[in-house]
Design a binder for this molecule. Sequence first.
Ligand code: PA5
Length: 441
Amino acid sequence: MIRYEHKNLKPWITDDVLKLLQPQVSSAADLLASRKGPGGDFLGWYEPAKVVSSDEIKATKEASKRIQDQSELLVTVGIGGSYLGARAVLEALPWDEASENGVDIDFAGHHMSARDTEMLLDHLDDYEVSINVISKSGTTTEPAIAFRLLKAYMEERYGKDEAKSRIYATTDSKKGALRKLATEEGYATFVIPDDVGGRFSVLSPVGLLPIAAAGYDIDALLAGAQEGFAKYGASTDVLANDCLRYAATRVALYRQGKAIEILSTFEPAFHYLIEWWKQLNGESEGKNGTGLFPAGCEFSTDLHSMGQWIQEGQRNAFETFLIEEKPTSSVVVPDTGDDLDGLAYLAGRDLSEINLEAWKGVSLAHYDGGMPNSSLIVETMDTRTLGEVIHFFERATGVSCYMQGVNPFDQPGVEAYKANMFALLGKPGFEAQAKALRARL
Ligand code: PA5
């Protein structure tokens, strides 16, 4: 379902370069599979079919049906890994993959913008609403604030009892303020497995409930990921296994001074897939003073902004294209019978075909400008294929991190901003830090 094209990587990356890395690739892949590497307790995502039990899948489908019966809109509250996976899937999949009874999904809790929150709260009155609040720790400030506001809105609008029947909490089985709150209020709850971290959690209840409520086939998504697990786990041969080839290529290019990876697409619907991938790699790799900086571009839009930098700017980056060859949508350039706009040569041709030629032209132009590039190509981004894409990137991230000697599954650096924010907001226990920070403002 997925093809990896890499001819535009020469001379930076050749089979000989990759063969030299084979021992590191094998040992990184083995560490992942054996769960014996750093952070090995967080490899619950590794085999997609085992992340959630059949009972949990059944409960997820039943809850999504209740949401669909009761509501037109589900507001999903979460940040980081408790947000981006579901949004990536919902936006990347074509609408015709969803069943007709699917609800719209809106997102909250990933920022603290009063303007955006005010707009969301205003707009809720036009719909029947349910809420899915998602937080593994159950203590993250941004979603906690958003949920406090939304809970108050729901109780005011529907009354306490009905509000309860419209609120779903996805959190840890025991720990955290959200678990306590959900138990006390009697909300329906879904458990985020202990061994699945946020940015690897899209195929757990974190992503599956909103995706199912939107009417997409979660069985197909999981089946596609499981197919990816079988395919990319079949061999550790870096030349035969595209996922390992991609992971090793990233590391080899990084070691050659290419500090930035740009994931570029010609499909705007993949915007949040790129955002998800940025988080997956940024939070997993960026530690101990090392790690690729994951960036994203959407073409053609960014060809008229970032395209200049990619073509002629500093040569410290490489590009990975995420390409869909045969989208299900079709729009044909009309034949107007004249050539006043100079486009007669395109008459009768589908926009998708034109877009593909653009990718081919761009990849060669960027290559000629000294930008190594490779392409991950899917035929059609259907639900099954997207499952495989998710697994491909998650596995590649794990392997790249282990090759770099980095624990992919923690994010100690994220705490620094939280401590400063808590101090400045006056959270009890942060008084000394607040004083020190105020002196520097
Ligand atoms: O990948 C991660 O672990 C993080 O991005 C978390 O998902 C994010 O910080 C949200 O955490 P929580 O789900 O505990 O609210």
